[in-house]
Design a protein around this ligand. Structure first.
Ligand SMILES: Nc1ncnc2c1ncn2[C@@H]1O[C@H](COP(=O)(O)OP(=O)(O)OP(=O)(O)O)[C@@H](O)[C@H]1O
Length: 269
């Protein structure tokens, strides 16, 4: 049985990682893919972002992660504006994301993929390896230990030497989660963690999200699997045609006829 305790340092128990989206607009030509969106993903909570195909969820995720800036509005993380930052700066501010389709380095092992996550390592400065080889060796050892403990937490130890391109899609999603955890994030954005994942592995993913959230990590999750959304999320934000049409807890969302109408009118069931 692998270790199910979140790795030390992955988060603190204090509430942090509050993400505030205010009047966000993002257009592609005449198409306002994100059309005046405002909501808060509360610190240390799990917020679900749902809506039919084309609602603007991925566009908003990209904007939050710095991969396609909004045209107007603001995005703040714990009160700090992040909407004008490049992706690596958003990342170093404590926001990590995973992708709908995992993007591991397929020709590298699972362990190498997890260890590749950029850190402010001494070894990155070439003179350190010449002037301070002991420091570099120690940091590399600590990095390896951290990667191994995160890999264990994610249940990936049996495949840590395998090529990341050769493991299942569900395991690749766990590799993405492990990579996110290497950065000690305050908030993790998960893009469809349940898509294409077998039920047993899905249980592992859900279990790990819950454990990390208990340690204080905030989650914002795009997911089409409604059972998963309803059981996992403290709060749900529903988007349709670029706008927020409803938000609240699961019971509120289920009872909202605007949500039903949006899904019936959209392509997604
Ligand atoms: N790079 C782009 N260039 C032009 N239009 C885009 C681009 N990305 C998204 N769009 C358009 O923006 C709108 C919102 O798309 P988006 O992918 O954000 O929706 P979504 O809610 O994530 O959908 P899905 O659930 O299918 O992933 C759609 O009309 C889409 O065609």
């Amino acid at each position: 049985m692998h270790n199910t305790t979140p790795p030390t340092g992955a988060a603190t128990a204090q509430a942090r990682g509050a993400l505030q989206i205010k009047d966000a607009v993002k257009s592609f030509g005449a198409n306002r893919a994100v059309d005046g969106v405002s909501f808060v993903a509360e610190a240390s909570k799990i917020t679900g972002l749902i809506g039919p195909n084309g609602a603007g969820k991925t566009t908003l995720f990209n904007a939050i992660a710095g991969e396609g800036p909004i045209d107007s509005g603001s995005i703040t993380l714990d009160g700090t504006r992040i909407d004008e930052l490049k992706p690596h700066r958003v990342f170093s501010n404590g926001l990590a994301r995973t992708f709908q389709i995992p993007r591991p380095f397929g020709k590298m092992s699972v362990l190498e993929n997890v260890m590749l996550v950029p850190e402010r390592q001494a070894g990155e400065k070439f003179w350190n390896s010449w002037l301070r080889p002991g420091l570099v060796a120690r940091q590399e050892r600590e990095n390896l230990e951290k990667a191994r403990s995160i890999i264990e937490f994610c249940g990936l130890t049996p495949v840590e030497r395998q090529l990341a391109g050769a493991i299942s899609g569900g395991q690749q999603k766990l590799v993405e989660l492990a990579r996110a955890l290497m950065a000690d994030p305050k908030i993790i954005l998960l893009d469809e963690p349940g898509a294409g994942v077998n039920p047993a592995l899905l249980d592992t993913i859900v279990d790990r999200i819950v454990a990390l959230n208990k340690q204080g990590i905030t989650f914002l999750i795009i997911e089409h699997n409604m059972d998963l959304v309803m059981s996992l999320c403290d709060r749900i934000v529903v988007m349709a045609t670029g706008q927020v049409i409803a938000e609240g807890d699961a019971a509120t969302i289920i009872a909202d006829t605007r949500v039903v109408d949006a899904y019936l009118g959209g392509a997604h069931a």
